[in-house]
Design a protein around this ligand. Structure first.
Ligand code: KIV
Ligand code: NA
Length: 272
């Protein structure tokens, strides 16, 4: 594909081939995934994954802009979505627009994502009517961890009707897609069947219109904990620690640097 997919292209893939996405926070990781994913999310998970914060509540606009710019430099093909951080959009549609416009302008994002269902419908409509494509995020919404009371499965039993109403509300308000996080499979399938916009699952269902994972989780780079919905496709954290241990041993044994890593007094012909 020559040009980056737009939110409307993602929207048009409802019911079609699965939409593939991952989070990214840095230029090299964005480069690794650019050819393989449909969109890249600069998630506020960056706070926990790269900055050692204990939740996403302390993530700032400045962090999202810094990482958004870095990711943008690594993408030539995939669309980039940037999370609005906690406190940057909940107050009013106007506040949300101001911060969403700043994220798009300063990072080159094609869309923003925000957490919330029915209660965010007015804001989603306000943004989409003013040129800001919005991806919604319902189910387990980590910015609401203190009111949800933990990282629990959302939408079980009687809560399922409320979650369906949330999905309908964000679609009706103009969101181009909706992330479903940590919801029962049957509910994810019902929402996918009944709402007109693509569902992007994380801990939801293989039947969703697309999937997303935190890249550091699926690569085994983030190892503080592993959610049930995470599949580790690699163990890069273990590999990194083993490589570092090998380096430390080589330095202590004076095996590194080797003859091939050091310089003679005079440069050989044709070399610097
Ligand atoms: O911040 C994030 O990584 C996210 C995804 C898990 C959807 O919001
Ligand atoms: Na997020």
């Amino acid at each position: 594909r020559k040009t980056a997919p737009m939110p409307m292209d993602i929207r048009a893939r409802k019911g079609g081939a699965p939409i593939v996405s991952l989070t990214a926070y840095t230029t090299p990781m964005a480069q690794f995934m650019d050819a393989h994913v449909d969109f890249v999310l600069v998630g506020d998970s960056v706070g926990m994954v790269l900055h050692g914060l204990s939740s996403t509540l302390d993530v700032t606009m400045e962090m999202m802009i810094l990482h958004g710019k870095a990711v943008r430099r690594g993408l030539s093909r995939a669309m980039m979505v940037v999370d609005l951080p906690f406190g940057a959009y909940e107050e009013s549609p106007q506040q949300a627009f101001r911060n969403a416009a700043r994220l798009m302008r300063e990072t080159g994002a094609g869309a923003v994502k925000l957490e919330g269902g029915m209660q965010m419908a007015e804001t989603i409509a306000f943004l989409t009517q003013r040129g800001v494509p919005v991806m919604a995020h319902i189910g387990l919404t980590p910015q609401a961890i203190h009111t949800l009371g933990g990282y629990k499965v959302q939408g079980r039993g009687e809560d399922s009707d409320r979650m369906m109403a949330d999905a309908r509300a964000v679609a009706q308000a103009g969101a181009f897609a909706v992330v479903l996080e940590k919801v029962p499979q049957a509910l994810a399938d019902r929402i996918t069947a009944e709402v007109a916009i693509p569902t992007i699952g994380i801990g939801a269902s293989a039947g969703c219109d697309g999937q997303i994972l935190v890249v550091d989780d699926m690569l085994g780079l983030f190892t503080a904990f592993k959610a049930k919905f995470v599949k580790r496709f690699a163990t890069l954290g273990e590999q990194a620690e083993a490589a570092i241990a090998e380096y430390a041993a080589a330095v202590r044994a004076r095996d590194f640097p080797g003859p091939e890593h050091v310089f003679a007094d005079e440069a050989p012909e044709g070399q610097a």
